[in-house]
Design a protein around this ligand. Structure first.
Ligand SMILES: [Zn+2]
Ligand SMILES: [Zn+2]
Length: 292
């Protein structure tokens, strides 16, 4: 089973890279991509922890902003696989986004404290590494610890929601820039959960056609936040454009409990297309391809 989108404690998952790989191996995953938000900070630990028999794809999920196809913009996520982690443009941009993420946690913490919620953004950040891509799940954990909500998912539906009184936006890389940056660093760029309506407004299909023409490599179709109709629409778009099609759990441990690891998977033939295009860093495997 191939799962190409997972998070560790290096961003907003609840398992360390070592624990994540053990969970994946226990679930029968043969190919795993580690795609923490806006960082490659977990790559070294994941590489060291890779069990024999498992293929490890080093990646990241980039925070971007995209035209929505209606004259406005929406935030969107872009998966980058197997890019050179030392590429100066990527290093600088990921640092910029992580700094903005920490500013956002601080600002949302201040708004929540002013609104009477027991959140201290500064104290929360002090417990994380200095270059952490801190996120709303970290605030959610603080809300759970304080007894305000019972789960991080409940916090996302409540105080952390995008249209709520405490929400603060962060800096996001323009989508076209992010695609070009990943490809210039030898990586493969896949639009993550493009139709995840629960996360907020989504792009029109026309935007995916434009991005495909501008160098996007693939789209994530089988994702827990995509319903059957949206999967069908995205499948038709992929067929029309030749975009690579992926499926993945977007596993965050107990921070998002809707899908277990490998709850959604990628077809081996599609994974092979990613391997063929990637030129940044090698996929890590005992032998290739073990994709089954
Ligand atoms: Zn995402
Ligand atoms: Zn994700």
């Amino acid at each position: 089973m191939i799962d190409l989108h997972t998070h560790s404690t290096v961003s907003d998952g609840t398992e360390t890279p070592t624990e994540l790989l053990a969970t994946a191996a226990g679930a029968g995953v043969t190919v795993l991509a580690l795609t923490d938000h806006d960082t490659t900070g977990g790559w070294a630990e994941a590489t060291a922890a890779r069990p024999s028999g498992m293929t490890l794809v080093r990646g990241a999920e980039f925070s971007t902003v995209s035209p929505d196809g209606r004259g406005g913009e929406v935030t969107a996520h872009l998966l980058g696989y197997l890019f050179d982690p030392e590429d100066p443009a990527i290093v600088a941009e990921q640092e910029r986004v992580r700094a903005s993420r920490r500013d956002r946690v601080r600002a949302m913490g201040e708004r929540m404290a002013a609104g009477g919620l027991p959140v201290d953004g500064e104290a929360l950040l002090a417990r994380l590494p200095a270059d952490s891509p801190a996120g709303r799940p970290h605030i959610g954990q603080a809300l759970v610890a304080a007894g305000v909500v019972e789960s991080v998912s409940e916090a996302f539906a409540g105080p952390l929601r995008k249209d709520g009184p405490y929400y603060v936006e962060k800096y996001n890389t323009p989508m076209a820039t992010a695609i070009a940056m990943i490809r210039a660093a030898g990586g493969v760029a896949v639009f993550a959960h493009p139709f995840a309506r629960k996360k907020g407004p989504i792009v029109e299909s026309s935007v995916i056609l434009d991005l495909a023409a501008a160098g996007l490599d693939g789209i994530e179709i089988d994702h827990p936040d995509h319903g059957p109709e949206d999967r069908a629409t995205l499948g038709a778009l992929a067929a029309e454009t030749g975009l690579i099609v992926t499926g993945s759990s977007d596993y965050h441990g107990t921070n998002k409990t809707n899908t277990p690891i490998a709850g959604e998977t990628t077809a081996p033939a599609e994974f092979e297309k990613i391997i063929e295009r990637a030129k940044g860093v090698e996929v890590l495997a005992d032998r290739r391809p073990p994709a089954t």
